[in-house]
Structures are given as structure tokens and as C-alpha cells.
Write a protein that binds this ligand. Structure first.
Ligand SMILES: NC(=O)c1ccc[n+]([C@@H]2O[C@H](COP(=O)([O-])OP(=O)(O)OC[C@H]3O[C@@H](n4cnc5c(N)ncnc54)[C@H](O)[C@@H]3O)[C@@H](O)[C@H]2O)c1
Ligand SMILES: [Zn+2]
Length: 685
């Protein structure tokens, strides 16, 4: 059994250790703007110390971090003594904490009736105090240790949304307090620039805002798009002209009234603020903002509730580091640090290879996360993430968790760089990354299980093989049951097994077998399109068919030959060539042929000769016998081009009934206008 004395000794040791750790983290966070651990981890250490000090009150020394605010001001800045201290806020994490807060407030005010609260966002930036004298901006300071802050007047002047002159009559001295922050987009841009310049990146927008504001050179601050929102005030001296207020007190009697007034004076005040009348109202506000959080352009780490009546605030007063009349209701942290155990790659439905971080399980954004996306190879390189690193993981709202950045100070000596594998982990085909692209892909195409569903769906669609009755749900089943591996397997399905699938009757099974059979002789262009070759859309597939005439010729074409096809550039040619160079894809085509699929052939037209070759057509209005798409086909088949709008480059406009502005434009530009007969004559000439 452990004696009471032993326990107290243990507690004392642990408390000393916690204080030392917290002091280190305070310095990293408040002074260097470069924390080593996440806020959630810091909060856990802090809470542990609070608990020990509550159990053993003798441990609560006045220099304990639990009794103090922030960190010491940097001596490089001039110091500013706060006439009214800048405090922190007590934290609440769950509904019970809020009920307890409301009860403490009502007990403190000796009232049974509901208390009115002003609710605000808890902006995740850093607190500053702006001093106006005679309505003019005079000085600005950081919170520092709460009593003394750093003089950041020159830096604050660079923030455009902060007025240098207040709009309206104000007391002689008015200190406005609020949060300086960086929008997420601006943060990302800033980090990109930091990386490019080989400078250290910031862990999150809060630290970036703090680092930007606490610059010894205000020209650097000026280049950072910092923002400001006011949520309070400090010293007030002199009364407000025309308003019967007590001197040295705010010229309003509620918190919300004061905020509205600050806004009228030209101070930015966050619009997401609301009055509620009891604990239930507080919780409803919390829920509402929770839903809003992901859509806000800046980070918040919770909401703040303040007793609205200033008289009641005064009655409740302060504890050492925070007011009794306010509380911060924290959201689950969106960021946490953990260890990056490994990087694996995932294959998407289009063959895109995504590197995924395998993480030591970590609780973030309200769930335990073990995987996070790393997007692509460049991103890993850019962020310099290595296996073995301690990394910051972010999970905001329902967004897929992502690795934000490594914590460089914690990099172990044996951290390894990621190397993109050369083979697809699903099908073993080559992984390739075209030079001008960010995304690496599996070249397995139809053969790759990861891409199968997408590939089948693509092949079945109207514009490809047009397999009626083969829907997405059925494709999922066929692939998941291992019955269909490639497009070729579709042609081996029989009625009986199809009838056995979910939501399939005998009749629909029979119909499907028939409709599959009906697609056994596709035109070559549609067949090529159905193969799902990257960059080969419907019209490129048609051009290929026309240029090469038969399947073999397309499959065996060299890259240079492919480049001879109209509108096929280097990217497309390379993609076609790669597709048919992959043995798995050739196998699938061979299987298709073996299973009775015979794509058609086409007469190869020399589209460089003939009267239409290279000519540009625009079709408008309704032709008497030809559908517009058929007319376009005829033109393309003869080597012409069809575009959508009339310009100086247009050679012919083919106009039918009800032709509108295109015809007018053609006449205006003096372009030859043909009717259907005219077109046919031209084609036959
Ligand atoms: N990761 C680390 O190493 C590390 C170290 C130290 C502190 N921290 C983080 O900082 C927190 C403590 O910092 P703190 O003392 O600044 O307290 P806090 O950030 O939890 O709360 C007080 C602050 O909230 C801000 N605030 C935002 N919106 C507000 C509003 N509407 N009304 C009033 N204030 C508002 C103000 O800047 C105020 O100073 C910890 O909980 C931890 O999350 C992290
Ligand atoms: Zn693959």
C-alpha cells in the first residue's frame, strides 16, 4: 500500500516535472511561435497539473503555470505595461462543464433566474491591445505575461482593417482588445513562400499570425495579410461625450452593446455573435457554430460565453488568470501531433496513386485517426515529410485527415525519405508519372482491380459500348464477387448467374445478356473510347479509328505515327502508346476478341487531301434531313473540323432552319454559307 506521504511526494515530483515541461512549451509557443506539441497535448499536461494542485493545494505555488498568463515578453521589443491586465480564459470541454459554469455564475450573482450571455467565436490567433488617444491610434501591445506586453505599434499599423482614427466621439483613452489572426488561405500561401525561400514553415495559422506580428521589421509584417477582430476593451479614461456614463467605465452597460458600439466606431467585430438567456442557449450556440466551423475562412478553437451585463461581470470578478464571468467552450482539437510510421500508396478508381500516411493512432477532430492523405509525391517533397517524423495531423470537419507538416525539431536521425514504388500494389502494373503531371498512375487500366469498376462503368456508358441495363450497382456486385475482372469477362456472363445477383430478376437478366450480346460489333471509334485510355475522349477515339482504320494498326502505332492524327499532341500520343505497351492491357483486348467482340474497321481517308481537308465548319439551325451530329460526322470523316462559334477563322457556316446569330455573324464576316444540299455537294466534289 502506498502511504499518504508517499503519494504526496510522488505528486510533488510529478508537479515539478509538469511545471518544467509546461514552462518549456510556453516558451516555444508564446515566445518563439514554434510549438513542439499540439494544443491538445499541452491542454492535457495543463489539466493534469491543475488536478494535482487541487488535490494537494500546497503544491500550487504562485509561479505555477496554472496561475499565470502567457509567456515573458521578448526584450527586443519595447515593453508596455497594461493598465488593465490582459487575462486568459478558463476552459470548458463538455456540456456538464457548461451547466457548472452557469450554476457558478448564478450562485455568484445570488440569483435563480436565467442569466443573459453574450456568445462569440473563440478566434485562434493572438490577443492584442490597441490604444486610442483622442480617437487616434496611439499604441499597440501583445498580451505578454498579462501584466506587460511587447510594443508592436509599428506592426499593427500595417494591418489595413484596423482604423487609425475612430469614427465618432470617443473617451480620451480607449483601449480596444481583440485577436489578430491569419486566414487559412493566406497561411497556406505564406508557407508556400516560406518553403520557396528555404525558410522555416509555420505549424498553423495561429503561430504564423503570432510570428508575423512579432517581427522586429514591420516591413515583413506588412507583407503578411493579418486580420483583426475586436472582442473587448481595456483601459477607458474620460467619459463619452453626450453619453451619461461613469468616468473610467465603458460607456455601455452590456458586453454586446459595447461590441456594437466598437463596430460603429469602425473596428472589425466578428458577426457571429449572439445573445442567449441560459445554459441551454449556450449549448445551442455551440452546436450551431460547430456546424459552421469548417466553412469559416479562419480557425477557431471554440466559442466564448460572457455574462452580458457589465454590472454582473464586475460583481463576479476574476480569479488569478481568468475572469469568473466568462468561459471558453473548446471544440475538439483539429490538429494533433503523432508519429509517421510509414507511407503506403493507394490506387484510386482512375488509377491515380495517392500516398497515404500510416500514423500512430491519434485522437483528432473528435475521432481516432490512423491514416492521413499526403496527396502526391510533390507534396511530400515540398513539405519534406519523412518516415519516422513527428507530424502535425489535421482533421477539420468531415474532411479527410491530412499531414500538415513535420516537426523538424523532433526528426530522428534515421528518418527516411519516401520513394514512389515502381509497381501498382493492387495489380503489379507499372506506375508512371508523365513529366508534366503531378499525379502518378497505375498503367494497369482495365486489368487493375482498383480501377475495374470505374473502367467497366466507363465502357458500359451510352457513348461507349452502350450496354443497356448494366448499372453501377450491378457492376459493384460483379467486381466485388470476383466474377468480372476485366471488360472481357462481361461477354462470358450467363442468364442464370445474373439472375442470382441482388435486385436482378430473370427477365432483367435475360435482357442484359441480350444487350451485352448486341454490343459485340461496335464501331472502332467507340471500342477505342470504351477502353478508357487516358486523354482519349470520344472524338479522339473517332479520329484514331479513321486515321488507322483497324484495331491492330492503332495498337501497334509508334508514338510518331500517333502524332500524325489530327488534334493528337505529345501528351495524348504518349498516353495511347503507354496504354498499349502495357502487356495487361493487350491481354484484355485479346480476351475481348476471343470472347467474340469484333470492332469494325473504317476506310482510311486521306484527310490531308480533298476539298474539305483542314477546313473549319460551324453548324447552325435545323437541317432538312441530316441531324446536326451526323452532318458533323460527315465533315470530320472528310477531314474537316467542326467548331462551335463563328470567327474569322471559320471557312463555312452550314445553316438550316431557324439559324440565329451565328448566321448573322457569318454574313457580317463574309463567310461562305451553305445549306444541306450545298454541304453534300461540297463533300462529293
Ligand atoms: N502547443 C503548445 O505547446 C502550447 C503552449 C502554450 C499554450 N498553448 C495553447 O494555448 C492555450 C492557452 O492559451 P491562452 O492562455 O492564450 O488561453 P486561450 O487561448 O485558451 O484563451 C484566451 C485567449 O482567447 C483569445 N480569444 C479568442 N476569441 C476570444 C473572444 N471572443 N473573447 C475573449 N478572448 C478570446 C484571446 O486571445 C485570449 O487571450 C492552451 O489551451 C493551449 O491550447 C499551446
Ligand atoms: Zn493497378
Amino acid at each position: 500500500m502506498v502511504s499518504g506521504v508517499d503519494r504526496e511526494n510522488q505528486a510533488m515530483q510529478r508537479a515539478a516535472q509538469l511545471r518544467q515541461e509546461l514552462a518549456l512549451h510556453n516558451a516555444r509557443y508564446y515566445v518563439m511561435d514554434d510549438p513542439l506539441i499540439s494544443d491538445a497535448e499541452y491542454d492535457a499536461l495543463f489539466a493534469e497539473l491543475v488536478k494535482l494542485e487541487q488535490e494537494f493545494p500546497l503544491l500550487a505555488t504562485p509561479d505555477s503555470p496554472t496561475q499565470r498568463v502567457g509567456g515573458a515578453p521578448l526584450s527586443a521589443f519595447g515593453s508596455v505595461r497594461h493598465a488593465v491586465p490582459m487575462l486568459s480564459l478558463n476552459n470548458a470541454f463538455d456540456d456538464e462543464d457548461i451547466q457548472a459554469f452557469d450554476k457558478r455564475v448564478r450562485d455568484g450573482l445570488e440569483t435563480e433566474s436565467p442569466v443573459e450571455y453574450a456568445c462569440e467565436l473563440k478566434l485562434d490567433g493572438l490577443a492584442v491591445s490597441l490604444r486610442y488617444e483622442g480617437g487616434k491610434f496611439a499604441r499597440a501591445a501583445t498580451r505578454g505575461d498579462g501584466q506587460t506586453g511587447e510594443d508592436i505599434t509599428a506592426n499593427i499599423r500595417t494591418i489595413r482593417s484596423i482604423p487609425l482614427t475612430l469614427a465618432g466621439p470617443v473617451p480620451e483613452v480607449l483601449e480596444v482588445r481583440g485577436e489578430v489572426l491569419l486566414f487559412r488561405k493566406d497561411f497556406e500561401r505564406l508557407n508556400d513562400a516560406q518553403r520557396e525561400a528555404g525558410e522555416k514553415v509555420f505549424i498553423n495559422p495561429r503561430n504564423a499570425a503570432a510570428g508575423s506580428l512579432r517581427q522586429l521589421d514591420p516591413r515583413i509584417t506588412a507583407r503578411r495579410p493579418l486580420r483583426f477582430f475586436a472582442y473587448g476593451w481595456g483601459e477607458i479614461r474620460g467619459s463619452l461625450p453626450g453619453k451619461e456614463a461613469r468616468a473610467d467605465a465603458p460607456p455601455f452597460d452590456t458586453h454586446m452593446g459595447m461590441l456594437d458600439w466598437l463596430q460603429e466606431l469602425g473596428m472589425p467585430v466578428n458577426r457571429e455573435r449572439q445573445l442567449v438567456s441560459d445554459a441551454a442557449g449556450l449549448l445551442a450556440f455551440y452546436r450551431r457554430v460547430e456546424g459552421l466551423r469548417a466553412a469559416l475562412p479562419y480557425d477557431i478553437d471554440g466559442v466564448v460565453y460572457k455574462v452580458n451585463a457589465l454590472e454582473a461581470q464586475r460583481a463576479l470578478g476574476f480569479v488569478s488568470r481568468a475572469p469568473r464571468f466568462a468561459v471558453a467552450h473548446k471544440f475538439p482539437a483539429e490538429e494533433a501531433t503523432t508519429e509517421l510510421l510509414g507511407i503506403e500508396v493507394q490506387v484510386g478508381r482512375t488509377g491515380a496513386i495517392t500516398p497515404v500516411a500510416r500514423l500512430k493512432p491519434v485522437f483528432v477532430g473528435g475521432v481516432t485517426v490512423t491514416n492521413a492523405t499526403l496527396h502526391n509525391e510533390d507534396e511530400i517533397e515540398r513539405k519534406d515529410v519523412r518516415i519516422g517524423d513527428t507530424v502535425v495531423v489535421r482533421r477539420a470537419g468531415d474532411v479527410i485527415p491530412e499531414v500538415v507538416t513535420p516537426v523538424l525539431d523532433k526528426r530522428p536521425a534515421d528518418a527516411r525519405k519516401f520513394v514512389m514504388p515502381s509497381q501498382c500494389p493492387v495489380c503489379g502494373s507499372a506506375i508512371e508519372r508523365p513529366e508534366d503531371e503531378i499525379i502518378a498512375r497505375c498503367t494497369g487500366g482495365l486489368f487493375c482491380a482498383a480501377q475495374r469498376k470505374q473502367a467497366l462503368w466507363h465502357a458500359a456508358q451510352r457513348r461507349a459500348l452502350d450496354i443497356e441495363g448494366l448499372g453501377e450497382k450491378l457492376i459493384d456486385q460483379l467486381v466485388e464477387r470476383g466474377r468480372v475482372h476485366t471488360l472481357a469477362d462481361l461477354y462470358t456472363l450467363n442468364e442464370e448467374e445474373l439472375a442470382g445477383m441482388d435486385r436482378m430478376g430473370e427477365k432483367s437478366a435475360r435482357n442484359l445478356v441480350e444487350s451485352i450480346a448486341a454490343t459485340r460489333t461496335p464501331p472502332l471509334g467507340r471500342f477505342l473510347f470504351a477502353l478508357g485510355i487516358r486523354h482519349v475522349g470520344e472524338s479522339t477515339a473517332r479520329d484514331l479509328a479513321r486515321h488507322f482504320g483497324n484495331l491492330d494498326a492503332v495498337m501497334n502505332a509508334a508514338e510518331a505515327e500517333l502524332l500524325a492524327v489530327p488534334d493528337v499532341g505529345p501528351v495524348v500520343a504518349a498516353s495511347i502508346f503507354r496504354f498499349f505497351a502495357e502487356p495487361h492491357n493487350r491481354e484484355v483486348v485479346a480476351d475481348l476478341l476471343r470472347n467474340g467482340v469484333t470492332p469494325g474497321t473504317e476506310t482510311v481517308v486521306d484527310r490531308t487531301a480533298g476539298p474539305i481537308a483542314g477546313k473549319i465548319f460551324v453548324l447552325t439551325g435545323t437541317l432538312p434531313t441530316l441531324a446536326r451530329e451526323d452532318a458533323a460526322e460527315l465533315i470530320r470523316a472528310a477531314g474537316g473540323k467542326v467548331t462551335g462559334s463563328v470567327s474569322k477563322k471559320t471557312h463555312y457556316v452550314v445553316a438550316g432552319a431557324d439559324a440565329g446569330s451565328k448566321l448573322a455573324k457569318a454574313q457580317e464576316l463574309g463567310i461562305a454559307v451553305l445549306d444541306e444540299d450545298g454541304l453534300k455537294a461540297l463533300l462529293q466534289s
